[in-house]
Design a protein around this ligand. Sequence first.
Ligand SMILES: Cc1ncc(COP(=O)(O)O)c(C=O)c1O
Length: 419
Amino acid sequence: MEHEARQYLSPVWTHLTEIEMVRGEGVYLYDGTGKRYLDFTSGIGVTNTGHCHPRVVEAIRRQAGELIFGQMNVVLHRPLFELISELRRVVPQELDRFFFGNSGAEAVEGAVKLAKQATGRPNVIVFQGSFHGRTHLTMAMTTSKTVYRTRYQPLVPGIFVSPYPYAYYYGWDDDSTREFAIRELKRLLKGQTAPDETACIVVEPLLGEGGYVVPPQGFLAELREICDHYGILLVADEIQSGFGRTGRYFAVEHDGVVPDIMTMAKGIASGVPISCIAYRHALGERWLTGSHGGTFGGSPLACAAAAASVRVIREERLHENAAERGGQLLAGLRSLQKEVPRIGDVRGRGLMVATEFTLDGQPDEPGAKAASKAAAEAGLLLLTCGTFGNVVRWIPPLVVSQAEIEEGLAVFREALGRL
Ligand SMILES: Cc1ncc(COP(=O)(O)O)c(C=O)c1O
C-alpha cells in the first residue's frame, strides 16, 4: 500500500522500483512482507561490503555512542586517523594527502579546485560518456546523458570533451579504438585547450554511468604519459570503480598507473555518506589553506564506517572475490548471450559488468529497460546505464557468493524468456 507521504516526495528523482524496503543483509533487501530481492545494484555501487555487514554495523554503533560529530575546522578525532591509516594501506603510496567530503560530486569539485590552484591553469578535459556528478561544475563535466544538463544551460565554461575508447560502440578492435582516442585527445590539446591552459584530465578508469566500458589496455598509461609531458594533472575518478569493485582495490591498477589525484566515494563506507580526495603532497603545498572545506566532511561517524568498510574489504579479500565472481558472471552472461541475440555485448572487470542490448545494429533501450523491469518483478534488482539507456549493469555487493551469482543469472534468464 502506498504511503500517504509518497505524494510529497520530490518528483525529480527517478526510481527503479516503488518497493519500500525495510531491511538489508548481504546481497539481499527485504520488503515489509518479508519478500527478498537480490540487490545487484549495490545502491549504485555503494554497498560493496554487502548490506549491513556486521563489522560495519558494529563500528557505526560504537561510534554513535561515543561521538557522532566533531567539526573538522574545530577539532580532530580518532576515527579520522583510523580511516587515513586504512586508506594508506590500499591507496597508491604516492597519493599521501587526504581530504574528506560527503558525496562523489563534491570530491570531483574539490579535485578540480585543487588542480586549478596547483597548476595555475583554468581548463579541464573530460571524456565522452563520463559521469562526474550533478552539481553545477560536475554537471558540466558529465556527458553520459543530456538529461543531466537539460534546461540547466549555460554550464560552467572551460570543460573540453574527448572521446572515451569505447570499442563496441565504434565497432573497432581495442588497439584501433585506443589509438583513435589518444589521437583525438592530442588534437583537442592542439585545437581547443592548449596544454598550458589545461589543469587536469579527469578520467573514469572504467566508464560507469556512460555504459560500463572497459578501456583498452594501455589507454590509461598513455594518458599518464601525455599528462607528464605537458605538466597536466591526471585525475582518476574512482568513485564507482574503487574499493575492490573491479577485482583490484582501484581500477587504475589494471594499467599500472598512478594518478596525481584520485576521487573516491560510494563503496568507501558501505552507505554512510563520505567522499575522499587523495593526492600527491607536492600539489597540496599549492592548495591554499582555507580555500576549500565543508561542514560535514570527515565526520567521526562516517570515518568510523569508512575505516571499518575499507578494513573489511582488505581483510576479507573482497577484491579477490570480486575478480572470481566477476569471471563467473561474465562466463554466465556470455553463455546467455548465445541464447538471446539482443544481448550484443558482454564486458566488464570484476563485479562491474555490462550487458549491452542491440537490435538490428542499433542501441536497444526498450530491450534493456524491459529486461531490468522483468528482473525486478522477479526479485532481481538491476539498473540500466549508457548514453542510449541500452546497457543493463551488474554491480552486486563484493560479498556475493557463487550460488548467489547463479541465482541472479537464473532469474535473469527466466525474466528475458518472458520478454
Ligand atoms: C564515476 C562517478 N563520479 C562521480 C559520481 C557522483 O557521485 P555522487 O552521486 O555521490 O555525487 C558518480 C555517481 O554515480 C560516479 O559514478
